[in-house]
Write a protein of this length. Structure first.
Ligand code: FEO
Length: 392
């Protein structure tokens, strides 16, 4: 377990978690993840940027030993979530002379979550600079990426931004750098959709604080280091700020095939009208794919059968997820089949108060869809095609 160079004076000492498949018992990780920690060595002071998930504390300590680190002056804690802060107590046991640097809010959270004593943590002010000898670190408070206590660190002499979860991706890889290959973007988009999108308005307002630095390297807490930062910065600009695309996303469940037939007819009808439509069967456990589709979608059309007078529980889960991640979606409708009645639409509407959408009248039918139901789906597709035309 050795350190790996990033730029002069900066080494990676983190851990790659190839086998993890779920984060927070919620977020699927089809490609594993990494917990990035970086060592920054000035001529006078040595800093560890973040730690790792506690299950990998031994790996971090081995890499620090391999790097010949006898003394740590500071441990920067950008974010108190345990996948980055969880090994800090072990680091402090090994390097008791170290002082943790964090925002005031993070200082309190480190005490609450991990029992880190307050006298081991020094709160840093926004834009406060600390001299390491030939290198300088500057704390940039950036709350809500994605907790209230988060900050980033700027290393001006290397034009390197340690960006915490921002610009990260859940990706296990032996590659240190993302390069200029757009193939790295799907992982970053998935991460954005699941973790950052709920805070997109806040991030959008503060992106200038990052772009004005003109970083040469962006070193996030998960996934590869961005050595061509324009790739990820342009992608974030699009995800955060561009109008939604001419895309309808249709998450659905079907119990007796009627809702599926409605979804298929609706998809064809959208395509025929020049509207891109993506269906997502909620039997697929990887809801991250649905979250990614919602980054760009102008419309969400939920397909649900009725179960005990309400939406199918898998649909209710998808609605709650959409409500949590707050996509830019502008239009919403519901399609589906019922057997004897119910309140699926009313219950679904109550589950998505965070979505500021125009609700288009639902298309519900009893049992198998008849000709008039298919015609109603055509009208829904026509309405959405016209609505999309107003926002493109
Ligand atoms: Fe990667 Fe919010 O922790």
């Amino acid at each position: 377990m050795r350190e790996r160079p990033v730029v002069e004076g900066v080494e990676w000492v983190g851990a790659v978690d190839w086998d993890r498949r779920l984060f927070d018992e919620l977020i699927p990780l089809p490609d594993g993840t990494s917990y990035n920690a970086y060592l920054v060595r000035g001529s006078e002071k040595t800093v560890l940027m973040d730690s790792v998930d506690p299950s990998f504390a031994g790996v971090l300590l081995e890499r620090l030993a391999s790097a010949g680190v006898k003394r740590l002056d500071y441990v920067v804690c950008h974010h108190a979530e345990q996948d980055h802060s969880g090994a800090i107590p072990r680091v402090l046991e090994r390097y008791p002379e170290a002082t943790v640097l964090a925002t005031e809010k993070c200082k309190v959270m480190l005490g609450d979550l991990l029992g880190v004593p307050a006298d081991k943590v020094r709160a840093v002010a926004d834009r406060e600079r600390i001299d390491l000898g030939g290198l300088t670190i500057e704390g940039i408070h950036f709350p809500w990426v994605h907790w209230p206590e988060t900050m980033l660190t700027w290393l001006p002499e290397r034009r390197t931004l340690f960006s915490c979860d921002l610009f990260g991706s859940h990706l296990a890889t032996s590659e240190m750098f993302a390069g200029n290959d757009p193939l790295v973007l799907p992982g970053a988009k998935r991460y954005y959709a699941e973790i950052m999108m709920p805070f997109r308005n806040f991030i959008q307002k503060n992106m200038e604080r990052v772009t004005s630095l003109e970083p040469a390297f962006i070193a996030p807490s998960h996934g590869p280091v961005h050595d061509h930062p324009a790739l990820i910065l342009d992608a974030y600009h699009e995800w955060l700020s561009a109008p939604p695309k001419n895309l309808v996303v249709v998450p659905y469940v079907s119990m007796h095939d009627s809702t599926r037939r409605m979804v298929e007819h609706f998809m064809e009808s959208c395509a025929w009208r020049g509207v891109r439509a993506e269906q997502f069967n909620l039997g697929d456990p990887d809801v991250g794919k649905l979250a990614m589709l919602l980054v760009d979608a102008a419309s969400l059309v939920i397909g649900t059968p009725t179960v005990l007078a309400g939406p199918h529980p898998k649909v209710a889960y998808a609605a709650s997820l959409a409500n949590l991640i707050r996509p830019k979606v502008r239009f919403l409708s519901v399609i589906g089949s019922y057997s004897w009645g119910g309140k699926a639409v009313e219950q679904l509407a109550a589950m998505i108060p965070n979505l500021k959408v125009e609700v288009i009248p639902p298309v519900l039918c009893k049992g198998v869809p008849k000709a008039e139901d298919l015609a109603a789906l055509d009208r829904l597709a026509e309405t959405l095609a016209k609505k999309h035309g107003t926002i493109m």
